[in-house]
Design a protein around this ligand. Sequence first.
Ligand code: 13P
Length: 250
Amino acid sequence: MSRQYYIAGNWKMHKTRAEAAGLAQALVSQLQDGKHKYLVAPSFTALETVGAVVKGSNILLGAQDVAAEEQGAHTGEVSVLQLKDVGVQVVILGHSERRHTYKEDDALINKKVKLALKHGLDVILCVGETLEEREAGQAEVVCESQTIWGLSGVSAADLARVTIAYEPVWAIGTGKTATPEDADAIHAYIRKVIGRLYGEDAAKNICIQYGGSVKPDNAAQLMAKENIDGALVGGASLKAETFVPIAKFA
Ligand code: 13P
């Protein structure tokens, strides 16, 4: 398999700068012998602080969102140029909390994806169905449609800088994890969609992370699945003692 495991921590709306720096320092030292690809995504306010800590390490700096416009009168938003200015390399887009709590639709998310890629940032595009959609047998079509929409207008060359994160909404922060088999089935389906859009090589190479109650005790079983290439971790990424064992799953 040519794909590399990619373990990312989404810190969501947690941590002051001092707390964020402490966690970042612990991760830099404890992951320096880690064999996979790593990312942390702190709040905007801690980006510069954490960026200074992870600089030169094997941990990438990510943001949790970006504005859909380059600049202008957009009170409360943070632009792609501002993210680059503080050293951000990757941006998480389409997270279910953005989609559902803040009502971001596929068109807006697609605009952000294209803008981030245009400015040289890598993208983690999140997709995933709600419990209601899963129970109605729509998990695959929802993920398919979010993938197609999210990537609309993205070239094959730019796709190389995109990671997909499958995060079933019902598994986020609930302690309910998709079984490795259920997650793998959706990952395989998303990979097929990528193949249809971009060809077999792209499908083989795209990294698809799983997110939703990933913990030290379930990471290895998830990662053992053929189509699961990494994790996007929320709650368990807030402490080194829970993130490091996930990042170094055996
Ligand atoms: P939890 O790991 O807390 O379920 O969160 C997952 C997530 O939303 C990561 O983006």
